[in-house]
Design a protein around this ligand. Structure first.
Ligand SMILES: *[C@@H]1O[C@H](CO)[C@@H](O)[C@H](O)[C@H]1NC(C)=O
Ligand SMILES: [Zn+2]
Length: 338
């Protein structure tokens, strides 16, 4: 008889957890974000992704999960989580220095791709890759078990959910709890879930909360911002995911009692992820990309003006000077140095 070895079991657990928020969760985060992007950010994102459809972010929201399972993308697997070495349920906390390894983590990756997506020197393909990572990782970081080291983020906690005795807690949070709520995992399911959550943000129970979701979002300090998001979700490991410890989750079917207790948090986190993603991309666009576009336009304008009415070389202001005068800001030439 074949007895699986521990390493095979660990491998299987890792495989099962590989999808992060499942495709439903990520697509819902993306549709919510699409709703809150400014017209200018939307136009930029559509052009970066070469997708003018109504699902331009949702279409790529799970790309990073496919990529991590390829040989070329294997390096990015640790970018989907941060293994907080805390002790739930008695103590929850995230410490970037303690928890982010030299292979990287969600926080370092968000910082990296925030910088890269606005780096004018990168190719279109690399800019698109950075945007695809951000759309995905700002979703993952709101899933509490993506901010927890215990039992490999819950991948090794065997539970029963809705009659399935071989589930693990991580994949239930990623995939099966959301799918139970929504009834499917197609883009149309994500779209209708997003619609409900957007209504809660605009005029329902999230209305008074939404500004606090983005109050710590500062694109000039992505590490601190992402650490705040991870800390926020990690706290839920203690308060909602396993308030009575691991063993209490293994005494029976998590459906319906546990499911009913946690589903409001699952919805909250998805809504938060989408709203934050939009805010983050809007901020990146207005602080870095809009400015660059203006500079590009002003250079064009300056060269057209120069052609129309050449000034004597001695008196001719530099392009950078003209640009500064025209737009009142610094030239931003060193913006992307690091
Ligand atoms: C930043 O992203 C690029 C492209 O995926 C990757 O090659 C590089 O290792 C990343 N750097 C860090 C510090 O994560
Ligand atoms: Zn992921």
């Amino acid at each position: 008889m074949y007895t699986p070895t521990t390493s095979v079991l660990v491998g299987l657990a890792a495989l099962k957890g590989a999808s992060a928020w499942g495709t439903l969760g990520h697509a819902t985060v993306a549709y919510i974000a699409q709703n809150y992007l400014t017209d200018a950010t939307e136009a930029w994102a559509k052009s970066v992704l070469s997708d003018t459809s109504t699902s331009y972010l949702a279409n790529i929201a799970s790309w990073a999960d496919t990529y991590r399972s390829t040989t070329a993308g294997k390096f990015s697997a640790p970018y989907h989580y941060i293994d907080a070495n805390d002790s739930p349920p008695s103590s929850c906390n995230v410490n970037y220095a303690r928890d982010c390894t030299s292979s990287g983590c969600s926080i370092s990756a968000i910082s990296n791709y925030t910088q890269r997506v606005a780096d004018a020197r990168l190719s279109t393909a690399n800019t698109a890759e950075a945007l695809k990572f951000l759309v995905h990782l700002l979703g993952d970081i709101t899933q509490p078990l993506h901010d927890e080291a215990l039992e490999t983020g819950g991948n090794d906690i065997k539970v029963t959910f809705n009659g399935y005795a071989n589930d693990n807690l991580h994949s239930d949070w990623d995939t099966y709890i959301p799918e139970k709520k929504v009834g499917g995992s197609a883009l149309t399911d994500a779209q209708s879930w997003a619609k409900t959550l957007i209504a809660s943000i605009d005029s329902g129970s999230y209305k008074s909360l939404a500004s606090s979701w983005v109050s710590k979002s500062n694109i000039n300090d992505a590490v601190t911002s992402a650490t705040a998001w991870a800390t926020d979700a990690n706290a839920l490991v203690c308060s909602v995911v396993m308030p009575n410890g691991v063993a209490a989750l293994q005494t029976g079917d998590l459906y319906p009692t546990y499911y009913n207790k946690v589903i409001p948090t699952v919805e909250l986190q998805i809504a938060k992820g989408g709203y934050r993603l939009a805010d983050w991309l809007n901020k990146i666009y207005s602080a870095n990309i809009a400015k660059r576009d203006l500079e590009g336009q002003s250079e064009e304008l300056v060269s057209r003006m120069a052609m129309a009415a050449p000034l004597p070389p001695a008196n001719r202001p530099s392009k950078a000077q003209l640009a500064r005068e025209a737009y009142g800001g610094g030239c931003g030439c060193d913006k992307h140095k690091h």
